[in-house]
Design a protein around this ligand. Structure first.
Ligand SMILES: [Zn+2]
Length: 321
């Protein structure tokens, strides 16, 4: 009941909630606090300045992306400010949180256990509050595709909400070819995706370390894949945890469009770079998308009528039942 009532309104958090951990790349301790924000604020990162330096505010927006190697980094004219934004953004996007300030006191969002679940738990702790403003979504109107050579992404129209179709192929006996398709809603995200962890290959570790990445990576926050087995004592959480995690990353990166997406996203052998290229290409083609308010309350968007019921049950209602 609450769900239907809230589906068309913007949301924020009822209270603040804090998580602490380390950055997977920096290895440094960091505290992240989710704060309520007013309607039409969107998702904003507040990077606290160390030792009296000024704080920096960064809208979670594809135009603020400064790097996509191994993580999605946001910054501004002064350089990168917050790294590894994707898992907290995935949790916020999937649970339908429109307005929030994400305060971090270090250069990187804490990796926690490598999944989005600790951020889901933080959102649950804070609670979700409706705001008296209609939710605005980005509706994909025609297919847009980026990539080449077997690594590509595509966004195409979809009846309602966000669908993710992820496909990976690794030349490794434990992973190989995996596909995962999901209609992203709070319940399905919690059940199918939130627990899927970051993964990495033992063979890449030395190279990553020497380049200054993955300095905080450990069995506590990464599924570590060796030649023929997973080295973590507890094994994997899903047999296809790898492709599920790619879906989590995609949801987080797609949040950088700045509003919930209504469309189907297919990513084949992709990653942060491809996700970012996809959002950039979509937003650049003004004929490929439009803003729609939710719910449409019986009115049609001119020029592209939906099949009956197309908007009847928006997928972004926060689940507070
Ligand atoms: Zn990830």
């Amino acid at each position: 009941m609450m769900r239907g009532m809230l589906a068309g309104s913007q949301t924020t958090l009822r209270n603040s909630a804090t998580v602490t951990g380390i950055g997977v790349h920096s290895g440094s301790p960091v505290t992240l606090t989710l704060h309520p924000a007013e309607a039409n604020t969107g998702i904003v990162f507040l990077r606290c300045g160390p030792d009296g330096q000024r704080d920096r505010e960064l809208r979670a927006d594809y135009r603020a992306v400064t790097a996509t190697e191994f993580a999605t980094v946001l910054g501004d004219d002064n350089g990168p400010a917050v790294s590894t934004t994707e898992h907290v953004l995935a949790a916020l996007h999937a649970l339908g949180i429109d307005n929030v300030t994400v305060e971090v006191d270090g250069p990187e969002v804490p990796i926690m256990d490598g999944s989005a679940e600790p951020f889901v738990a933080a959102i649950d702790l804070a609670g979700i509050a409706p705001l008296a403003a209609p939710r605005r979504c980005i509706k994909v109107l025609k297919p847009v595709r980026v990539g080449k050579n077997g690594s590509y992404a595509e966004l195409r129209p979809h009846g309602r909400g966000l669908r993710i179709e992820a496909e990976i192929e690794f030349d490794h006996p434990l992973i190989g070819h995996q596909t995962f398709v999901i209609d992203v809603e709070p319940d399905s995200f919690r059940r199918e995706l939130a627990r899927a962890r970051t993964f990495g290959f033992m063979r890449d570790v030395a190279k990553l370390w020497s380049a200054g990445y993955a300095l905080g990576a450990s069995f506590e926050n990464t599924v570590v894949v060796a030649e023929s087995r997973v080295l973590n004592a507890e094994g994997v959480r899903f047999s296809d945890e790898f492709v599920r995690h790619k879906a989590v990353d995609a949801i987080g990166d797609l949040a950088l469009a700045g509003a919930p997406l209504i469309g189907a996203y297919r990513t084949v052998r992709g990653g942060h770079k491809l996700n970012h290229a996809m959002v950039t290409a979509l937003m650049a083609d003004r004929s490929a998308w439009d803003y729609v308010e939710m719910p449409e309350a019986g009115r049609r968007v001119r020029g592209h009528a939906e099949p009956a019921g197309g908007f009847a049950a928006p997928a972004y209602g926060p689940d507070v039942s």
